[in-house]
Ligand binder design. Sequence first.
Ligand code: ATP
Length: 446
Amino acid sequence: MSDAASAMAVESAAIVSCGDELTTGRIADTNAAFLADELSGIGVAVKATIVVGDDPPGIGWAWRQAVSLGDVVIATGGLGPTADDLTTETLAAVFGRTLVFDEPAAAHIRSIFAASGRAMPSNNLKQATFPDGATIIPNPLGTAPGYRLRVEGARGPCHVVVLPGVPREMKRMWADTVKPWLRELTGAERVFASRTFQTFGLTESGLDERLRGVVEADEARLSFRASFPEISVRVTVAAAPPEVARRLETVAARVRARIVDVVYGEGSETMEAVAGRLLTEAQLTLAVAESCTGGLIGHRLTNVPGSSRYFREGLVCYSNDAKRDLLGVSPATLELTGAVSEETAREMAVGVRRVAGSDLGLATTGIAGPDGGTAEKPVGTVCIALASNGGVASRRYQLWGTRDWVKLLTSQIALDWVRRHAIGLPVAASEIAGGWERTPRHGAAG
Ligand code: ATP
């Protein structure tokens, strides 16, 4: 089969996600989120994402809308062998193509079944049928190949790319075949380069405000991605190949300078990975005593390969007895200030540092809710302390959100403290997590 595509500018895209599981709300459309992010990373503006069920009139409507909006349409889902997988049939009908059987694709499907010793149901051969003129996109991880096809849309020629719905397969085919091909089509005279800053401490609108006017519209594009409690800021520039790296450097440095106090990493690094890397560089070890976070900080730290280099131990001390018996928190402190207090957090941090023999002792105690709040200590009251050979820092926060938010946010702030300590920044500064506090309070810092 051959593709009639000649070089054609690709500046805009539409995404079509097919499947009843999407329109009935059983799964979230993560394929579209992934593709939209990837497309904007190579400078292709996504005009629309259309989600449609397994119903031919709806899918036909979606195809017509999509090709009227984008220079390229990327569709996922509905390539399976069953009767409700209708993407290819509908595409062929809408654009007046016949369906043709591709023997090499069929042989590949047969070989997958043979390799696993399973008999191939005959309906799987449906996956070796493509609209006439399609270029097949190999699927190294599954039976359903994808394809691309050049069609006439309302605005002129349009490339349609069809990929399986299974995210793992779709992502691999995107990376191996579709993205390199699209990069070529977007033009050799302009290439795209981007840098991502991971931030914590400001909300999306706070970041937007700070960054307003930092780049001209024709110079670079800024995009935000909020994945609670982190928000990433991506800077994308387009320029001729010899120029692109220098331009990105200049613009990214300007962006970074505006938000330097909340940037903790670049690329896709997580807070726990950054904290761990910096602990390693500073040759510091850490132990954690957790009450309201229930082990979440230890879990996050140990998600990072190599964390045994710096993570000594984590104790979940939920009850007053555990705080007293395992960490040595004094009964008088618990009696006078309560389990959720800076004083208790400080004694927990000192206690776990002593017990573990580590350089740093980190502690959390708080009221994650939804019950347990009082007028004096409402739900979301959280105290964090960090003990080191220089003393103990502590602070009380008034966070907001549901129980899981409060736990996650507390773990994030605490890990940010560790990161800050490792590079010599103040840990209990009032602006940390400022965007997530209901009524910022300034506790004692030691
Ligand atoms: P298969 O050969 O597995 O049937 P397919 O191309 O027909 O592949 P679907 O049947 O539509 O794909 O989806 C397969 C699975 O992939 C779904 O059950 C779902 O878990 C996941 N999936 C499909 N579309 C999406 C999407 N847009 N976002 C996230 N996951 C998806």
